[in-house]
Design a protein around this ligand. Structure first.
Ligand SMILES: NC(=O)c1ccc[n+]([C@@H]2O[C@H](COP(=O)([O-])OP(=O)(O)OC[C@H]3O[C@@H](n4cnc5c(N)ncnc54)[C@H](O)[C@@H]3O)[C@@H](O)[C@H]2O)c1
Length: 251
């Protein structure tokens, strides 16, 4: 790999984004990793920036910085927000929840990707959309909780980006894939439980961010595009066989 290859990771202060950024750095990428949380600046494994992926000026500044460092080859759309949004919550609450979730999970993905694509067209590369097991038909009964309609919708909407961009950008050698994993031990997951403590039955099966980062590298190395890759608690993490076209995105 050329030593001026650059990777951009959103939401890298903690959780999976931190692991993705550290792993890409260990693989030899110059990594520009950003977060709204300032602790991202303390991590010496990568070039950290404070930026909000839902703000267009801040996204453009991140991509400008990345472009100065070398050739942008990898974009990991990892930053995500989660909250319960019961279908019958008050109307004003629903609108405010919409902005909270969609501005980061969807508009942020749109902006970071579109801003990067302009620089990636010459040399090709990979865009990875970090989705969730809410999207692929789950291998358990636990998918699509009824009180998370907006998070759920935001992750399903990523399928539209993954599918359309993979097709449109193929001629430039830009591959686009989704990662749709089950429970991974991160602050987001722990935040669902009191005292941030995983219940024993969850702690016994939960995946860790480093295993998911290994899968990220395997996806990049595979040269595959236009697919959603799952990773399931209690199962071997693997890319699996390439599915027929109509099943690659929805499983
Ligand atoms: N943990 C899981 O079990 C799990 C499972 C499936 C999918 N995911 C997805 O994986 C991704 C990472 O999740 P995680 O569990 O590591 O979450 P996390 O909350 O632990 O980390 C997310 C990071 O993103 C940052 N962030 C949030 N909004 C941002 C914004 N607007 N701009 C920049 N940074 C922002 C946060 O500050 C945080 O550091 C998310 O997209 C999430 O939806 C997580």
């Amino acid at each position: 790999m050329s030593d001026d290859n650059v990777a951009i990771v959103s939401g890298a202060a903690r959780g999976m984004g931190k692991s993705f950024a550290e792993r890409l750095s260990a693989e030899g990428y110059r990594v520009v990793a950003f977060d709204v949380d300032e602790t991202v600046l303390k991590n010496k494994a990568f070039h950290g920036l404070v930026a909000d992926v839902s703000e267009v000026d801040q996204v453009e500044a991140v991509v400008r910085e990345a472009n100065k460092l070398g050739v942008i080859k990898v974009v990991v759309n990892n930053a995500g927000t989660w909250r319960r949004t019961p279908v019958e919550s008050p109307w004003e609450q629903a609108i405010s929840d919409w902005d909270y979730i969609m501005d980061t999970n969807l508009k942020g993905v749109l902006m970071l990707s579109r801003a990067s694509i302009a620089h990636m067209k010459a040399a090709g590369g990979d865009i990875i959309n970090v989705s969730s097991y809410y999207v692929l038909p789950a291998k358990s009964a636990g998918t699509n909780p009824p009180d998370t309609d907006l998070y759920n919708a935001s992750k399903w909407a990523l399928n539209g980006f993954t599918d359309a961009w993979a097709k449109y950008l193929d001629e430039y050698g830009i591959r686009v894939n989704g990662m749709c994993m089950g429970a991974v031990d991160t602050p987001m997951l722990r935040g669902l439980y009191s005292d941030n403590k995983l219940p024993d039955e969850m702690a016994a099966v939960v995946m860790n961010a480093d295993d998911i980062s290994q899968q990220l590298i395997e996806i990049i190395d595979s040269g595959r595009t236009g697919e959603n890759f799952g990773a399931w608690v209690g199962e071997q993490i693997s890319l699996g066989d390439r599915l027929p076209l109509h099943r690659r995105i929805t499983g």
